[in-house]
Design a protein around this ligand. Structure first.
Ligand code: SAM
Length: 333
């Protein structure tokens, strides 16, 4: 609960209060004065960088009164945070109140706790960040833009959303069969990934684009073709790898050599790569089938040597993600 916001003067600082709230684990911020520009800025960050953080505008009195949970007012005059944080942590629902200029007297009475982050004057942004960090409710935020931490410089991974993936498939002339297969791979992959915290946005993009190389060739080199298309289109290697690593249960170096494929890594390594690869394996066209059926096909096609690796990947994902084929088969309905 941000009190005393003055749109003309506090634009930057209230934006920072909101961004700190989001980055350090809050679900939403309420600001006591409507500010549409502020709303736009905060929503844009959430859209790009993920999460479901909300910004709302209401006068503070009613909001504090009707809040069901613990209300913590941050003020330099309060009891040191260290003395109370364990007690406060026990509560599931916590409203944190920060002021701007002078905080109305009644806030001290309405709050369950008046808490200081050092008994020295500083700022609502720092007080809030330090308090939330101690509370330890941070959650993973996953948007379409991801910062890849670097010792020096900047690296931002951009993940294409569903619409962009489908329009790229269209651009390369994917037919209806390929598109519905790709959509089904994404559904199966998301279902498998549910149980192991796999990254949904990466899974969806990887699954939708894994077969883009089939617009060039139906042969074993379609993985490498797709990899090259995505790099040419300016996507990161992390996205392009879904093409090269989904063929079979991953091609060994010597197999790739035998088929004269470009010198790439064809083994699915990340959790998401393994899931997309296996989701693709479990599909015949756009229909989910059992692993036994797939194994029979491999035997008929003379690919018996690949079966142990196929089974290993299945075991690994069953253990890690706890997926059940019965749930996947329901996706056919
Ligand atoms: N003098 C103002 C008052 O009446 O409390 C404080 C103004 S201060 C710039 C704005 C906000 O920062 C405060 O309302 C409080 O929420 C927060 N704040 C500043 N120093 C703090 C501290 N040491 N501990 C906790 N919160 C603090």
């Amino acid at each position: 609960m941000r009190i005393g916001h003055r749109p003309e003067r506090d634009k930057r600082i209230t934006t920072h209060v909101a961004l700190v709230s989001r980055a350090f684990g809050a679900d939403r911020i309420i600001v006591d004065k409507e500010d549409l520009k502020l709303k736009q800025t905060v929503e844009r960050v959430t859209e790009k960088f993920g999460g479901s953080f909300k910004i709302e505008f209401y006068p503070y009195r009613d909001q504090i009164k009707k809040f069901k949970g613990i209300k913590v007012h941050l003020t330099m005059y309060g009891i040191p945070m260290e003395e109370k944080i364990n007690e406060i942590r026990k509560s599931e629902n916590i409203m944190i109140i920060v002021g701007a200029e002078k905080v109305p007297r009644e806030i001290y009475e309405m709050a369950d706790y008046n808490i200081s982050v050092k008994n020295q004057p500083h700022s609502e942004v720092s007080a809030l960040a330090i308090f939330l960090e101690h509370l330890g409710r941070q959650k993973e935020l996953r948007g379409y833009l991801r910062i890849i931490p670097q010792e020096r410089g900047k690296k931002v991974l951009r993940i294409p959303d569903k619409e962009e993936c489908l329009s790229l498939l269209n651009k390369y002339g994917a037919d209806e069969k390929l598109i519905s297969h790709s959509i089904m791979v994404s559904k199966v992959a998301l279902e498998i990934g549910k149980g192991c915290g796999a990254d949904e946005k990466i899974l969806e993009a990887g699954a939708l684009l894994h077969d883009i190389g089939k617009t060039v060739t139906g042969g074993i080199s379609h993985g490498a073709e797709g990899h090259s298309i995505l790099l040419k289109e300016g996507y990161d290697e992390m996205i392009a790898r879904f093409c090269s690593t989904h063929v079979g249960a991953g091609l060994l170096k010597k197999t790739a050599k035998k088929f004269k494929l470009p010198d790439l890594d064809y083994i699915p390594r990340s959790l998401e790569e393994k899931i997309v690869c296996h989701a693709d394996t479990l599909l015949k066209g756009s229909k989910v089938v059992t692993l036994d059926e797939i194994i029979k096909d491999y035997e008929i096609k003379g690919l018996s040597s690949e079966i142990p690796r196929l089974k290993r990947l299945d075991d690994q994902l069953k253990k890690k993600c706890g997926y059940r084929i019965e749930e996947l088969l329901k996706l056919n309905e």
